[in-house]
Design a protein around this ligand. Structure first.
Ligand SMILES: C[S@@+](CC[C@H](N)C(=O)[O-])C[C@H]1O[C@@H](n2cnc3c(N)ncnc32)[C@H](O)[C@@H]1O
Length: 391
């Protein structure tokens, strides 16, 4: 998957709206090396169907940045306006295309800026950008993420307990989007949503489904669950640095009836906060959190502590393996009270510039050993794999 990003977020300069975009991989470490046509529009924030200005752009192999300029002199424009850049068919969102195909992810993810509003002296936009995905139930999942003038800003170097580690923020990554699409497909393809509660999550349907997301970043997976499942309660958790962007996304979410979501700080290096320790969860979601071997032991400890308090909980974890040392996560998980009960691979859309095999996102399911044994005995030893669609 490739992501259109603002290298320079839009601003008003010389009687024009100016911005610079790029098209990169999720971490921004490689640029798209193929020719694609893009369309940039200046559109009214309050009425996205009102497009004031539009221009086509061509991204070519070898490019690293592409300036975009909309002259606004003499134009009648209803402010505030945002800039939207997408593949040539502009749409109000990117879509998770269909219910069957695991690879139905956008190949190039579109971007929206925050609003410019010169009459109200807003002539620059902050370093955030919005993604929009249409879930299979028709609701649009809106996600703000951080952006910046340098894509290197996506990598933060932090000193933690005298160790140097790399903390990757707070931008959507392939694994989070793929897990969101996967869970969305799984939920909407259930004929009766109670199946998800009863068979997969092991709690009676009358009970509100209690979900926690670890290392939520922008909060995409957890918020999408609140938009896809009725009667669920989602707790997004991450380091304090993620709170602002996660809460910004919580503020615009469109949850299903009687579902709700909130954010709380949870650092894997610390004991579980009281509000988490006091709850029993049905589902724990974790996406793209196993890339840093320094923090894996603390993550495993946190998962294990959650499983002790929530022995029936299912852990759903996605990862795009970026280096072999991440296998330490699975070695450490084997020493815990959690058992791997399922694994599937979700192919990512192939990059037009690459002949390589498509990259995949791995989704793993873990559950507490006691719960697995009790389910096996109830089912005559048949493995419980109904959380995964057929391959
Ligand atoms: C690559 S991001 C993944 C974000 C999101 N889940 C997604 O898929 O887009 C990894 C997340 O783990 C969080 N993280 C790293 N170390 C952590 C720790 N010790 N405690 C809690 N969260 C941590 C980071 O702040 C970051 O948001």
């Amino acid at each position: 998957m490739r992501y259109i990003r603002f290298l320079k977020t839009p601003k008003i300069q010389d009687n024009s709206v100016k911005t610079t975009i790029t098209v990169t991989s999720d971490l921004g470490e490689t640029f798209l090396n193929a020719e694609i046509d893009l369309i940039a529009t200046l559109q009214c924030v309050d009425d996205p169907y009102q497009t004031h200005l539009r221009q086509t752009l061509r991204w070519r192999p070898g490019l690293r940045a592409l300036p975009v300029t909309f002259p606004i002199v003499g134009k009648i424009i209803k402010w505030p306006c945002s800039v939207h850049v997408s593949l040539v068919q502009p749409s109000d969102y990117d879509a998770f295309e269909n219910r069957e195909d695991a690879s139905s992810l956008p190949s190039v993810v579109s971007v929206w800026s925050d609003g410019l509003d010169p009459p109200n002296r807003i002539a620059t936009t902050p370093r955030i950008a919005e993604r929009r995905f249409k879930l299979l139930n028709g609701r649009v999942l809106r996600m703000w993420e951080e952006t910046g003038e340098s894509i290197a800003r996506h990598l933060w170097f932090v000193f933690a307990s005298s160790r140097l580690s790399v903390l990757t923020l707070i931008t959507n990554r392939d694994g989070g989007i793929a897990l969101t699409a996967y869970v969305d497909r799984m939920i909407t393809s259930q004929i009766d949503q109670r199946l998800l509660h009863e068979e997969s999550v092991g709690s009676p349907p009358a009970k509100r489904l209690n979900i926690i997301e670890l290392g939520c970043g922008c909060g995409m997976v957890g918020i999408s669950l609140a938009q896809s499942l009725s009667d669920c309660q989602v707790l997004l958790t991450d380091m304090p640095e993620a709170e602002e962007i996660a809460c910004q996304n919580l503020a615009i979410m469109d949850p299903l009836s009687s579902s709700r979501a909130a954010f709380v700080t949870l650092d894997w290096e610390e004991p579980l906060p009281k509000v988490v320790a006091e709850q029993e969860f049905d589902l724990v979601v974790v996406s793209e959190c196993t890339y840093n071997t320094d923090t894996i032991p603390a993550l495993v400890q946190t998962l294990s502590a959650l499983a002790r308090r929530s022995p029936n909980a299912i852990v759903l974890l996605s990862t795009k393996v970026r280096h072999s040392s991440e296998s330490i996560f699975f070695d450490l998980m084997q020493k815990t009270n959690l058992l791997k009960v399922g694994h599937t691979e979700l192919p990512l859309p192939k990059d037009a510039s690459s002949d390589d095999d498509p990259e995949v996102i791995h989704v793993y399911i873990f559950q507490g050993k006691e719960a697995v044994n009790s389910i096996l005995s109830r089912r005559d030893g048949k493995p419980r794999i109904d959380f995964l669609p057929p391959q």
